[in-house]
Design a protein around this ligand. Structure first.
Ligand SMILES: [Mn+2]
Length: 294
């Protein structure tokens, strides 16, 4: 099965809006807020991966995304993130994994849940979407190992790892992603340029770094890489990206969890911007919202 989804112009034209959801990490409230704005079939919707872990409602998020995408396979697409990377026997290939504890807390025996529900879900996830002439969607990033479409359709393991783990970096070239213990690569502007021209797209939309996108989208590589986050579990604001389906240059971002007055006041006073440190935002960290599970 191909791990690349190609959406051509004709299909894009059928959508009223193309919505993109970044990392959710168990934030069911943010998912619900996003889905309230979307009408599947009329709208296209792309999830960029990392559905569980850290937040309290990974099970519910996975279940909702899975059923939505089964119901609307022509308009709902869900990508694989590094938090959907497990061995055949259900051992996570990343850290930290909280989904196993969450499942057990909610009365699910992990092996049974993994084999019967989660594994079929993650096995079916593509790793990339090309919206013809416009945008490459991935969870993490790209690397110089990618030479053609076949590398996305039937990726070797090292290419899959690059796609689900990599981050953009300043400058040019590519090096091991040391901030993540060498998983994936840190890729420079020239790598973005060559991948965009290889696949005939104008930009790369990805997630994987919620801390970089606390207050809205984070742009890199001359605005050709857009990083978004749709989770509040790290203390930032969750955003939904809306794109004109045939001209992705026309886009907007909606805060799914409008800031409280207190947050806005602190932000105004300290003139926080998208470049503020993680520590500054940690001090504003709202309590994790607990979603009751059924
Ligand atoms: Mn990630």
């Amino acid at each position: 099965m191909s791990k690349l989804i190609q959406v051509d112009k004709k299909q894009l034209q059928t959508f009223r809006t193309l919505f993109v959801v970044g990392d959710l990490h168990g934030d069911y409230d943010a998912l619900q807020a996003a889905l309230n704005m979307v009408e599947p079939v009329k709208d296209g919707i792309i999830f960029l991966g990392d559905y569980a872990d850290r937040g309290s409602s990974g099970i519910e998020v996975i279940s909702a995304v899975d059923s939505l995408r089964r119901k609307h396979p022509q308009s709902v697409f869900a990508l694989k993130g590094n938090h959907e990377d497990y061995t055949e026997s259900g051992h996570p290939e990343f850290w930290p994994c909280t989904l196993i504890d969450e499942a057990q807390r909610k009365g699910k025996e992990w092996q049974h849940y993994f084999q019967s529900t989660f594994k079929p879900f993650i096995k079916s996830l593509p790793i990339a979407i090309i919206a013809s002439g416009e945008t490459l969607f991935v969870h993490g990033g790209v690397s110089t190992k990618i030479k053609n479409k076949g590398d996305l359709m039937y990726p070797e393991r090292d290419i899959e790892l690059d796609i689900i783990w990599s981050d953009p970096c300043e400058g040019e070239g590519e090096c091991p992603n040391l901030e993540r213990g060498g998983a994936g690569v840190a890729f420079g502007r020239d790598v973005t340029e060559s991948i965009c021209s290889l696949f005939g797209v104008k930009r790369i939309v990805r997630s994987h770094q919620p801390a970089k996108a606390f207050t809205g989208p984070f742009y890199s590589h001359n605005r050709k890489v857009i990083t978004i986050s749709s989770t509040s579990v790290y203390g930032g604001q969750p955003f939904l990206l809306s794109m004109n389906p045939i001209d992705h240059e026309m886009l907007s971002f909606t805060n799914l969890n409008p800031p409280t007055r207190e947050y806005r006041e602190i932000k105004r006073k300290s003139r926080l911007s998208a470049t503020c440190s993680d520590d500054e935002f940690q001090s504003l960290n709202p309590p994790l919202r607990l979603t009751t599970s059924q």
